[in-house]
Ligand binder design. Structure first.
Ligand SMILES: Nc1ncnc2c1ncn2[C@@H]1O[C@H](COP(=O)(O)OP(=O)(O)OP(=O)(O)O)[C@@H](O)[C@H]1O
Ligand SMILES: [Mg+2]
Length: 287
């Protein structure tokens, strides 16, 4: 099985109930979901639909009341809190709806924190270099030495995104990563996420932004804790101007778009002419 065929996230019958005076309230109710490595998945739905709860389950921040969650074949629902925290710190980049930067650390130090915890990237100097590079990626290289209170809300959000990338995670789970950003900055952040897909990462992104959701390869709609619809590959590929049976028209697609498309094809569109995503991207880049 090639990497792109691998199921990275596997949820079976996942429910999360909260006890309320009126009885159990199900924030998630029997979710079955599989996400393959390299997919870019948007999670949409009304406020209160269960989107953040779903992210919290998949990242092991919270535990389900029932069901099983495997991420990279690890049974997240059965691991101890310490083990989940260590696993998450090493393999998952989380951008929470409230960004949760540490107020007494500078932006760069916040980005270095996950590297420090996981003991990665050698010396302090190397960690700072890496943090500066990640901040540059989200357009914040000139804000590195400010405290979170000294930058804007949108800038704090971008620091949180840089921090999520600190340890080169296989999975990025982002809850409204563009929620407080103007459309141009949101676009830049989205493009940074698309670039991660080109690098083979997997992304789950909660968003209220329909346009951004439409640019991902799969959109999962949550309604009252249940998956109501999944818009999948076919529809999205058609939007890209590629139709079943027709030769692939790759001219004019940006490298990121091309990477997203080949990821999608590699993820199981039948008869895909492109099986090896990385070499396809390389070929494209050397065009
Ligand atoms: N600790 C809790 N106790 C009781 N109910 C909770 C708790 N946390 C969340 N809920 C409820 O679970 C439901 C799902 O919450 P969740 O935060 O996942 O929604 P969401 O889809 O992320 O909404 P939003 O778009 O507003 O962020 C909501 O109805 C919420 O009130
Ligand atoms: Mg939420």
């Amino acid at each position: 099985m090639s990497d792109v065929d691998r199921v990275l996230i596997d949820l079976k019958g996942v429910s999360k109930a909260y006890q309320t005076p009126a009885g159990d309230f199900y924030a998630l109710d029997g979710i079955d979901l599989q996400v393959r490595q390299g997919e870019f998945v948007a999670v949409v739905g009304k406020s209160g639909a269960g989107k953040s709860t779903l992210i919290n389950m998949i990242t092991g921040i919270d535990r389900p009341t029932a069901g099983a969650i495997e991420v990279g074949s690890r049974p997240i629902h059965r691991m101890s809190e310490d083990d989940v925290a260590a696993w998450r710190g090493r393999h998952v980049g989380v951008v929470l709806q409230s960004f949760q930067l540490l107020p007494m650390l500078t932006c760069a130090q916040n980005v270095m924190l996950p590297m420090d915890f996981a003991g990665l990237y050698g010396s302090l100097r190397e960690r700072r270099q890496r943090a500066l590079h990640l901040l540059e990626r989200v357009g914040l290289e000139d804000q590195a030495d400010k405290l979170p209170s000294e930058v804007s809300g949108g800038q704090r959000q971008r620091v949180a995104i840089a921090r999520a990338l600190a340890n080169d995670p296989m999975l990025v789970a982002a809850d409204e990563p563009t929620g407080n950003l103007d459309s141009r900055t949101a676009d830049a952040v989205f493009e940074a996420l698309e670039q991660l897909i080109a690098e083979g990462k997997t992304i789950l992104m909660v968003t209220h932004d329909r346009e951004l959701a439409a640019r991902t390869l799969r959109v999962i709609h949550l309604t009252d804790g249940k998956i109501s619809t999944v818009n999948g590959f076919g529809e999205r590929i058609e939007r890209m101007g590629v139709h079943a049976g027709a030769p692939l028209q790759l001219e004019g697609l940006s490298t990121d778009r091309f990477a997203a498309l080949t990821t999608c094809l590699g993820n199981g569109l039948n008869g895909s002419p492109i099986r090896n995503r990385q070499s396809a991207i390389r070929n494209r880049q050397s065009d």
